[in-house]
Design a protein around this ligand. Sequence first.
Ligand SMILES: Cc1ncc(COP(=O)(O)O)c(C=O)c1O
Length: 437
Amino acid sequence: MDYDAWFAAQDDPSERYPLTDVVYYSKSGGLLEVQHNMDALRQRSAAEWKQLFESRWMRTSWPYGSGVWGKKEWICPNIDDANIVSMFEGGSNLFWAERLGREIGVDELWIKMCGNSHTGSFKDLGMTVLVSVVKQMISDGKPIRAVACASTGDTSAALAAYGAAASIPTIVFLPKGKVSVAQLVQPVAHGALVLALDTDFDGCMKIVREVTASPDSGIYLANSLNSLRIEGQKTVGIEIVQQFDWEVPDWIIIPGGNLGNTSALGKGMLMLYELGLISKLPRIVCAQAERANPLYRAYQNGWRYEPIAAQSTAASAIQIGDPVSVNRAIGTLKRFNGIVEQASEQELADAAARADRTGAYACPHTGVALAALAKLVDRGEIKKSDRVVVISTAHGLKFSRFKVDYHEGKLAGAVGTYANPPIELPATVDAVRRAIE
Ligand SMILES: Cc1ncc(COP(=O)(O)O)c(C=O)c1O
């Protein structure tokens, strides 16, 4: 029996398409899911899978040294190795944030640093899969001239980098003035066609959907409604478990915007569970910014979802009012006894600053997750002895303006509780001595 994967409609699994078809929705208009031939995967025992994954972990052999492609059979088994576009993403550090955990009140706080990656965010995990499949499609003769995405910054950086590595043209749709300078310059530098639109992320998403709607456009859609992205992103949970020697943490907290990542985390964990590599599931917390909180509102409202207009937030990458993967994420949270928590601008900024003072360097989205953690600990939902993993989704260096503004007391909606601005002095020993004392 061969390893195999295909797109399937969520409401009718018999409606299937090859992963190399240009198709994003089922006949009924729902999103497609990637399904695997689980019987073929079950031919290897759990112990054999663990051994195989360990043997490939962080090596240089192509393409298995990538954290994503080290699990190729579980991700995208049919692709030719020659068409894989990888920069050995994944394998990011998971570290014990001992001091921060102590301050928040949990003995075992771990941070999974997904921002320590090629383009500085977890988006690399999904983009390597999507761009590899596009390369396979092009080598099979499919008329694809470019790959496009709407983005709050990190998706466009990843798409542009992987597209550039594979010589595939890329087009990115960004909400003008709403992404950080570091995020904007990435697709610019990689030679993408960068379209800064006078709208928000949801507005960009609408336009990119229309531009890519017809297969005749030759422009392939790279947003996470395309489930190829989810396949790569699902490795984050698998990696966490592997890094704990195949033990499952009690909680995983993840910031949520378009909600592909929350769904992907759940998908990877379920695969581990179904193939017998783990025997329990963690609880998942999705953390949203209070100013862009449609999932939080749904959670408070018996899971009744309504899109909102997202307000401006320092957590700009999750400033999304109508997340495309909302139904998938709700399914995941129900399955994982999940919780949705939110963080105000003050809470997220202080949480990031507090983490920084313990040696982390947290992006605002990680601040949202850390603020959610503190609230859940205060409420007694998360216990002191629980093992908690916070997924840090991007590198703090991508958000220098956020940090500078916080420390200069200029951040909108927040005061700098932990501000530590530089002290400007005349260049004299006396002045320096006085400052030190
Ligand atoms: C840094 C960062 N954190 C969190 C998210 C949220 O991920 P998702 O949109 O899949 O919910 C994103 C992407 O939108 C992001 O770029």
